[in-house]
Write a protein that binds this ligand. Sequence first.
Ligand code: ADP
Length: 246
Amino acid sequence: MKYAAISIKDLHVSYYGNEAIKGVSLSVNPGNLVGIIGPNGAGKSTFLKALLNLIPKDKGDVMVLGKSINEVRKKIAYVPQRNDIDWDFPITVLDAVLLGTYPNLKLFRRPKKKDKLWAMECLERVGMEEFSKRQIGELSGGQQQRVFLARALAQNAEVFFLDEPFVGVDVSSEETIVKILKELCWQGKTVIVVHHDLSKANDYFNQLILLNKELIGFGAVSEVFQTDIIERAYKSQFAFMNEMGV
Ligand code: ADP
């Protein structure tokens, strides 16, 4: 039987009694590149973190590849927002990528030559092989994001989750990242990307999840990218802009 890559039923999440996600249900098939779009504070990061069991849910079932998150953790790669990462942590680029192979390494086993070669291959794919000995804190935003994508690639995951991968990233890094994400989908992998900016949504993704606490729209980009649906998601922001005379 073929399972959905991700299936979510009636997800509710709150912080100190304030609901951030209200009753979201949807299902994504493998091979899709899905953008999670919505205004600031819409709950996009919360949604991703709750899916991955990184924060508690009030209610709801999440299945990835037909199993619970904990059963398929090795098949899931997560690239957090850059400002959620401690860039002062003393670790080289190569070691950061090798960490991606840890789900496949036995605990406490030193990485072997084979693991290092694989990590270098992943760095090459994102165009960062020359930086393997650098400390991660010495890299630019775009380079850091590419290294974290290499780390996710090293994991050989089936489902990839990225939180705002294009924030603070140069144009060429953004292009490299988008190209790799598209390739992953062509290989049948599933990629879910939180992205606050509407402008590129059309080019980057083939499906959209439009979120503003509730699920406002979900489906093919052409179905969701309609003025009335977008306005519904962004209406609080539009109202604010009107009030401010913007
Ligand atoms: P987005 O990613 O769409 O910008 P978030 O998921 O970061 O939105 O936030 C959704 C809502 O939840 C916002 O109102 C935010 O202030 C609140 N929130 C997010 N994280 C926390 C937290 N750790 N504690 C309390 N409230 C939070």
